[in-house]
Design a protein around this ligand. Structure first.
Ligand code: AMP
Ligand code: ZN
Length: 142
């Protein structure tokens, strides 16, 4: 029989999670919100997904949808994550309407250094309100 390594035991505590991901989940601000360790103004919650208002809103409607599972960024998502990501997309319209964005909104997933992602836990911003938003990107985006 294959001998278990010590690291295998450590991983067993959180499924097959590698140690660096375990650490990321401990420190991650959105994991802390998902675990209820940091307060947030929730707009939606189920077993896999949490929606909450952005602490620094960029428009009259600005909330976030996150998978409760720690996925660092969209660039780190895999095919196994498709169901939860699909549900986040599929529920965004209903939640945006409920929050007061009846005629559309913008869904943004900033990703990695190039996408200027600040919080390294995949999140989809839902931004809208009663007035049309500004352009998607400034004419010059240096
Ligand atoms: P991003 O640049 O896409 O990583 O955006 C991170 C977003 O998280 C920013 O819009 C922040 O205002 C927001 N944010 C950071 N901390 C919190 C928090 N504790 N509760 C709600 N939103 C937060
Ligand atoms: Zn996290």
């Amino acid at each position: 029989m294959k001998k278990r390594r010590d690291t295998d035991k450590a991983h067993a505590a959180v499924g097959d999670m590698p140690a660096h991901k375990d650490q990321a989940m401990t420190d991650c601000i959105f994991c802390k919100i998902a675990r209820g360790e940091i307060p947030a103004k929730k707009v939606y919650e189920d077993d896999e997904i949490l929606g909450f208002h952005d602490i620094n809103p960029q428009a009259s409607v600005h909330f976030m949808l996150i998978p409760k599972k720690h996925i660092a960024s969209l660039a780190d998502a895999g095919v196994d994550d498709a169901p939860v990501l699909g549900r986040m997309l599929a529920m965004s319209g209903r939640l945006a309407r409920e929050q007061g964005s009846a005629e559309g909104f913008r869904a943004i997933i900033n990703t990695g250094r190039i996408g200027r992602q600040d919080v390294m836990h995949l999140h989809m911003h839902i931004i809208g309100g009663a007035q049309p938003l500004g352009r998607m990107l400034p004419a010059s985006h240096g």
